[in-house]
Design a protein around this ligand. Structure first.
Ligand code: FES
Length: 163
């Protein structure tokens, strides 16, 4: 395999784990999804090189692997930060200005939706509803829920994770 994230010795150890997972499932019915789940557990996400390796080892087109990875929201093609920020854009939050909150997170962190900060501390997502409509507009960071958020709260919220 000729690619950056699978070349050094640490990556070789991860690749060995991935090969063990592939060997475990390859002769079972419908091996792709369980392999992808465990591969994401190993790497934290599913980079192109990992998808390519899985497609080669299973003898299936890369397009099929990519199709499954991008179909299910549980699979990530980009690394996630230590803290995943979910800004709710569901109806209750949206009508109370959650898009402005999302914009403030973007400008403060210098990243877009789906991206991760360079130090891999934060990643930013938008979601439909986090089940806290009574607190709209709401933001969730990992398991922490913040309610009645305004754009001016963004910096102080982020400060809770930068100790
Ligand atoms: S719509 Fe935002 S928490 Fe439900």
């Amino acid at each position: 395999m000729a690619n950056c994230c699978l070349e050094n010795s640490e990556s070789k150890a991860l690749l060995d784990k991935l090969d063990e997972v592939i060997d475990k499932y390859k002769d079972t019915a419908g091996p792709l999804i369980p392999i992808l789940h465990e591969a994401q557990g190993i790497y934290g996400y599913l980079p192109f090189e990992v998808q390519l390796h899985i497609s080669e080892r299973l003898g299936i087109p890369l397009a099929d692997v990519y199709g499954v990875v991008t179909f299910y929201t549980g699979f990530n093609t980009k690394p996630k930060g230590k803290y995943v920020i979910n800004v709710c854009l569901g109806t209750a939050c949206y009508v109370k200005g959650s898009e402005n909150i999302l914009d403030r997170f973007k400008t403060t962190l210098g990243i877009d939706i789906g991206d991760c900060t360079e130090d891999q501390i934060f990643s930013l997502e938008a979601c439909r509803c986090i089940g806290s409509c009574g607190l709209a507009p709401a933001v969730m960071i990992n398991d922490d829920v913040y309610g009645n958020v305004s754009p001016d709260d963004v910096e102080s919220i982020l400060a809770n994770y930068q100790l």
